[in-house]
Unconditional design. Structure first.
Length: 243
């Protein structure tokens, strides 16, 4: 009985081994089926090629090299050429105060002339209070200096006296018939006008002007208030004028 039971166990074991799947088959059965989709090919990017026109080169104009000596801007202007040391005056007269000296070889641009062969130039110095011809410095043409260039259009200007005291008008200035505010108004001077001052009243609060000596263009005498005066020249020694 016992041997039969053992035999049955052996047969049962053999049957179980024959029915059990191999490890490889078990692995295949246990591994789930995974579907892999074939990747779509990446579309090729269309690249647009834009033709770029070359930037035109800007032509470079070479500036002329300035020459030493006369400035280029004087080439067509009327200019004074100094042949020998030449005295420069504050006014167009050899009796006027001396401003300085131009030496041989110097050249200056001229801005005005007088009827008697005096020529003027801008001195290039600060002179805020001066107007008109009093801004110029003067040279007498002769053996030490001559002119060159376009001098036919050089303007002829009024020439102040060497020893004169002059009112240089900066703001509108009324001229009265008498040295008082309520006197008849003769004329109103405007900026850049010039008139000779010939004297003072007793307390020097008014100055008498000669309208015929200057650039006003009228004759006669009148009075202006002293606190409006902008003077040029020897004015301290002017006499007292009877009112």
């Amino acid at each position: 009985m016992r041997r039969m039971f053992m035999l049955m166990l052996v047969c049962w074991g053999v049957l179980l081994m024959g029915c059990a799947p191999s490890s490889e088959e078990a692995t295949r059965e246990a591994t789930p089926l995974v579907l892999v989709e074939e990747a779509s090919p990446t579309p090729e990017m269309q690249t647009s090629v834009v033709a770029v026109s070359p930037t035109p080169e800007t032509p470079v104009t070479a500036s002329p090299t300035p020459t030493v000596g006369m400035p280029p801007e004087l080439s067509g202007a009327c200019r004074l050429v100094v042949d020998a040391d030449t005295t420069v005056y504050m006014r167009p007269s050899t009796e006027a105060d001396v401003f300085g000296l131009l030496t041989a070889g110097e050249t200056v641009e001229l801005v005005a002339r007088t009827a008697d062969e005096w020529v003027a130039f801008e001195p290039g110095v600060a002179q805020a209070a001066n107007v008109g011809v009093f801004r110029y410095r003067w040279v007498r043409l002769g053996e030490t200096a001559h002119v060159e260039g376009n001098c036919e259009t050089l303007p002829e200007v009024w020439a102040p006296r060497a020893d004169g005291c002059y009112l240089m008008v900066i703001l509108e200035t009324p001229v009265y018939a008498e040295p008082r505010d309520d006197a008849p108004l003769l004329i109103t001077l405007v900026p850049e006008m010039v008139a000779a001052v010939v004297g003072w009243n007793a307390d020097r609060t008014w100055a008498q002007v000669d309208l015929s000596d200057g650039t006003v263009g009228v004759s006669g005498a009148g009075w202006v208030q002293a606190d409006t005066l902008n003077l040029n020249g020897p004015c301290d020694t002017l006499p007292v004028v009877e009112e």
